[in-house]
Design a protein around this ligand. Structure first.
Ligand SMILES: [Zn+2]
Length: 438
C-alpha cells in the first residue's frame, strides 16, 4: 500500500502540481498507512479518514499557477458569500460538480469542516495559513484521490483564466484583479519553463501490426501527459490498424491513466462485429465514427488548458443560448492557428503542412451518445473538407488526428495549445486596453 501512496504523491509532483514529497496520502487498510512520516498535517488526516470512514485521503498544497488560481477562486467565493467554487468546464461538470471551500482561517475544528465538505464531494479546497490546500477522499483506492486532485487543479486553472477573460470582455477588471492576474501569469510562465521543450520522438508509422500500434499508443499517451496536455486520468487515444484477422480499432480503456496504458488498450473490430465495449473509452463511439467517415488512422485526445479556455470564450455576452453552449451552441466557431514560419516545423519535421493556417473548429457536444453527444458533432467537424487535423469540443478538450502515426496528432495538440495560450493573453490585453481607453 505504501507503494501506491508514494506513487501518487510522486505523480502530483511530476505533473508540477505540488512540490516533490509534499502531498500527504493516507490509506486505511488493516491499519493507517501514510506516504511519509512526520507531517504536521497527520493529526488532521487521521481525524478525517476515520471520521469519514474513507479508505484513502489526500492533503496537498498546490504550487505555481495551480496554487495561484485555486487560492484566488476560493477567496473570491468566500468574499461573495458562496461556500463553493463553481467551474464551467466539462471535466468538472461531469466529475466534480463544484468544489466546496473550507475556510480554515475561521473554523476552530478543521478536521470536522473537511469531513463535512468531503461528505458532499470527492474533493474540497481548504484555506489554511494563507494558502490553498486540496483535500480529497476515496472510498476504494488512493488513485481516486489523485484523480480528484489533478481534476481540481485543472478545473480551477480553467475557471480562473476563463473568468478573467470574461471580466475583461464585460469591462469589469479592477486594479486588484489586474495585479492578481499579473502575479498568477508570472507563476504560469515559471511553470511552463519546466515543461520539456524538445519534441518527443514518437514511433513512425505505418505500424507493422497490432503490437506495434499498441506500443505507439502507449508512447503517445505518455508524451501527452509529460507535456502537460492532459491530466493523466482523462483523455484517450486510439488507432485504426490492419491485422491478419481484419481491421481493428485499438482504443484506451475508460478511466485509464494516459501515461500508464500498458495492458489497458481494447481491441474492437472496425466492422462492429465485436467490441470489448464496456471497458473501452467513453468516447469510443466518437472515435469509431471519425474513422468510419474520414482519413484518420490515429486519434489523440487531451484536455490542453488554454484550448479549453478559448473554447469557453465568446463575445456574445447576452446570447439567448447562454448556459447551454456545451450542448447546443448554434454559432460556427473556430480557432485559426496561423501558418508557422519555416524552420519552426515540429515533431521530426512531420508537422504536416505548416505553410497554410490550421483551422480548428470548436463544436458543442456532451460526453456519450445522447442527442447532444459529441459522437454526433465531432466526427462531422473532423471529417469536413477531406479531413481536419483537429477539433475542440466546447469546454472539454482537443481531438487531434493523424493519417499515419501519432507525430502529426501530437504536433497539432502542442501547436494548438501554444497558439491558444498566446491568443488568450492577446485577447485579455486588447480588451483591457479598450476598456481603459474608453
Ligand atoms: Zn475528454
Amino acid at each position: 500500500m505504501i507503494d501506491q501512496l508514494t506513487k501518487y504523491a510522486a505523480k502530483l509532483a511530476e505533473a508540477g502540481l505540488c512540490a516533490p514529497g509534499e502531498p500527504l496520502l493516507a490509506a486505511l487498510d488493516a491499519e493507517l498507512c501514510l506516504s511519509h512520516a512526520g507531517d504536521a498535517r497527520q493529526p488532521v488526516a487521521d481525524a478525517v479518514i476515520y471520521g469519514l470512514g474513507a479508505s484513502a485521503l489526500l492533503l496537498a498544497e498546490p504550487i505555481g499557477a495551480c496554487q495561484g488560481t485555486m487560492l484566488a477562486l476560493a477567496r473570491q467565493a468566500l468574499e461573495a458569500g458562496q461556500s463553493a467554487v463553481i467551474p464551467g468546464d466539462c471535466e468538472t461538470r461531469t466529475f466534480l460538480h463544484d468544489l466546496p471551500v473550507v475556510d480554515g482561517e475561521s473554523t476552530g475544528d478543521l478536521a470536522n469542516a473537511i469531513i463535512d465538505a468531503l461528505k458532499r464531494r470527492k474533493g474540497c479546497i481548504v484555506l489554511h495559513q494563507g494558502r490553498a490546500l486540496m483535500a480529497a477522499a476515496g472510498s476504494v483506492s488512493p488513485e481516486q484521490t489523485f484523480v480528484t486532485a489533478s481534476s481540481m487543479a485543472f478545473a480551477c486553472f480553467v475557471a480562473y483564466f476563463s473568468q478573467h477573460l470574461h471580466a475583461a470582455r464585460a469591462g469589469r477588471l479592477t486594479p486588484k484583479r489586474r495585479a492578481e492576474f499579473a502575479r498568477i501569469r508570472a507563476l504560469l510562465l515559471a511553470d511552463l519553463a519546466r515543461l520539456p521543450s524538445a519534441q518527443p520522438r514518437l514511433l513512425p508509422g505505418p505500424f507493422a501490426g497490432a503490437d506495434q500500434a499498441r506500443a505507439a499508443m502507449i508512447e503517445a499517451g505518455r508524451a501527452v501527459v509529460e507535456y502537460g496536455l492532459v491530466d493523466s486520468s482523462f483523455g484517450n487515444v486510439s488507432c485504426r490498424q490492419h491485422t491478419p484477422d481484419g481491421e481493428l480499432l485499438l482504443v484506451s480503456q475508460t478511466g485509464s491513466a494516459l501515461d500508464e496504458l500498458s495492458g489497458l488498450i481494447d481491441p474492437c473490430r472496425m466492422d462492429g462485429s465485436s467490441c470489448v465495449g464496456l471497458t473501452a473509452s467513453s468516447e469510443y463511439s466518437a472515435h469509431k465514427a471519425i474513422y468510419d467517415g474520414g482519413p484518420a488512422r490515429v486519434i489523440l485526445h487531451g484536455h490542453p488548458r488554454f484550448a479549453v479556455i478559448l473554447s469557453l470564450d465568446c463575445d456574445k455576452l447576452d446570447c439567448p443560448g447562454l448556459g447551454d453552449c456545451h450542448r447546443a451552441c448554434a454559432t460556427p466557431r473556430a480557432v485559426v492557428v496561423p501558418a508557422m514560419p519555416a524552420g519552426e516545423a515540429t515533431a521530426d519535421g512531420t508537422a504536416a503542412d505548416t505553410a497554410s493556417p490550421l483551422l480548428i473548429p470548436i463544436v458543442p457536444g456532451e460526453v456519450g451518445t445522447g442527442p447532444y453527444g459529441l459522437c454526433n458533432t465531432l466526427p462531422q467537424a473532423l471529417n469536413a473538407e477531406g479531413g481536419r487535423r483537429g477539433a475542440i469540443v466546447y469546454g472539454h478538450g482537443l481531438f487531434a488526428t493523424g493519417r499515419e502515426d501519432f507525430r502529426e496528432a501530437f504536433a497539432t495538440l502542442l501547436e494548438v495549445e501554444r497558439f491558444c495560450r498566446e491568443e488568450y493573453f492577446r485577447r485579455v490585453a486588447e480588451l483591457d486596453q479598450q476598456s481603459s481607453s474608453a
